[in-house]
Design a protein around this ligand. Structure first.
Ligand code: ATP
Length: 276
């Protein structure tokens, strides 16, 4: 498998005395959906900013798409990544939603003849088509996040970093956007790095990196990492809903395979029901 992001011994501090990121190493496979999961203040957004070269590392190495991130390669590295930050207010440039999505496409030198179709397609995908001529600043927080996501998805970068990008959406909206991102991950082989404290999102990803106080405390496939109840709870995170139910049933003596995925839990419950 090809590594698209490779981070080795990365350290960073906002001041001389503190290390916000303390000697972390990880790699992300091309085409994977990885979640970086951690409590508030664990350093998730700082990692996203370091990957984009928005903060200067203290030590270590970051290689993106085979290119070591340095001052000289900054633009080349950034051109591979689309990032959506938690606070959409700082991300709008255009006077209308349409202009805003167009801006990224123009920067990527997309053929102007194709631009309208791409803007319409992605505005529809995030349910913001009727708002294309609205002013972004007058939208709700969740609507702004939808537009920011559409703008990045429309550019089809090889890597998308979502930094709590759906935090202002209601649960239904969040599920819709997560499903859309999963679909693009599969259909276009885009690498997704989602920074979140949403354990349910992590449960559906390919790989989880668990962060606490600037350290990686665990990493692996979600079923390896997220079933470690004590570890997860000690990090002020909640265990996945499906795991709570299946683990609880197992403790009551019911022979059920522990699950973290709700769909698999439903299948397992059906299997038990049919066996009766
Ligand atoms: N600009 C800054 N100057 C100084 N300290 C900062 C700055 N930004 C973040 N920090 C500190 O760095 C640590 C990590 O912050 P970071 O935003 O990376 O965490 P996070 O895991 O993304 O948190 P959250 O889930 O709340 O968004 C925190 O202790 C925070 O107070």
């Amino acid at each position: 498998m090809e590594k698209i992001i490779d981070v080795q011994h990365l350290s960073f501090g906002y001041d001389e005395d503190t290390l916000t990121i303390d000697d972390i190493s990880f790699s992300i496979e091309k085409g994977s959906y990885t979640t970086i999961l951690g409590h508030n203040g664990s350093g998730k957004s700082t990692i996203a900013k370091l990957l984009m070269g928005l903060l200067e590392k203290k030590s270590g190495e970051i290689v993106i798409g085979g290119i070591p991130l340095t001052e000289e390669t900054l633009n080349q590295v950034r051109s591979q990544i689309g990032i959506v930050f938690q606070n959409p207010d700082n991300q709008f440039i255009g006077a209308t939603v349409r202009d805003d999505i167009a801006f990224g496409l123009e920067n990527n030198c997309v053929d102007p003849a194709l631009m309208d179709d791409i803007i319409n397609e992605y505005a529809k995908k995030v349910n913001m088509y009727e708002f294309l001529d609205h002013e972004p600043t007058k939208l709700s927080g969740g609507q702004k996040q939808r537009v920011a996501i559409a703008g990045i998805l429309a550019m089809s970068p090889s890597i998308i970093i979502l930094d709590e990008a759906t935090s202002m959406l209601d649960p239904k909206g969040r599920n819709e956007i997560n499903a859309l991102v999963h679909q693009l991950n599969k259909d276009k082989n885009m690498t997704i790095v989602s920074i979140t404290h949403d354990i349910e999102e992590a449960a559906l990803s390919d790989y989880v990196i668990l962060l606490s106080d600037g350290h990686i405390v665990d990493e692996g496939r979600p079923e390896e990492v997220l079933m470690k109840k004590e570890e997860i709870e000690s990090l002020a995170l909640d265990i996945p809903f499906a795991y709570k139910i299946s683990h609880g049933l197992q403790k009551m003596g019911i022979s059920i395979t522990e699950q973290i995925d709700r769909e698999k839990l439903v299948n397992e419950l059906c299997r038990l029901h049919l066996k009766k």
